[in-house]
Write a protein of this length. Structure first.
Length: 155
């Protein structure tokens, strides 16, 4: 089996800098390699379809996990529970709600960082304004050398 063609498609293996995809070892010949959401949906649907053939849901989950080459049956059980929550069959936080919460947490953290930067900046400038300045200007004019009045006098 040439993994560079089948697993990585047209991407040359040398372009991946040594990265190798984790390929399930117990996949039945008739089951296509699918990834991500497709595998999740397929697995959840398969458990629902074969559940009547097994004495317990756990037995059905174990069989489907082994058939699809999913790492552990617990992973598949978690997918099933989350699918039930998303469908409204089971109480809990849906996938969309979790994604929204995570987005809001990231935004909140970014706003806190920006607030901290603004506090530090304002404290720095407040300290600059409170610091007594020594002037090297002539005491008779009492104006800085580059003020408007000195520019108009030069022009």
């Amino acid at each position: 089996m040439n993994f560079s063609r089948e697993v990585f498609g047209v991407i040359p293996v040398h372009a991946l800098n040594g990265y190798r995809a984790r390929v399930p070892q117990k996949v039945e010949p008739g089951i296509a390699h699918v990834a991500g959401d497709e595998l999740l949906k397929l697995a959840v649907r398969m458990v629902a379809e074969v559940r009547p053939d097994y004495p317990t849901e756990w037995a059905a989950i174990n069989a489907v996990a082994a058939k699809l080459g999913i790492g552990t049956a617990e992973t598949l059980r978690t997918w099933i529970r989350q699918a039930q929550i998303d469908e409204g069959v089971r109480p809990g936080t849906t996938t969309d709600e979790s994604a929204e919460l995570e987005k809001l947490r990231r935004e909140n953290a970014e706003l806190r960082r920006a607030g901290d930067i603004l506090k530090a900046t304002s404290a720095f400038f407040a300290a600059e304004l409170d610091r007594p300045h020594t002037h090297s200007w002539s005491s008779s004019t009492n104006t800085p050398p580059c003020s408007e009045s000195s520019r108009s006098a030069v022009s």
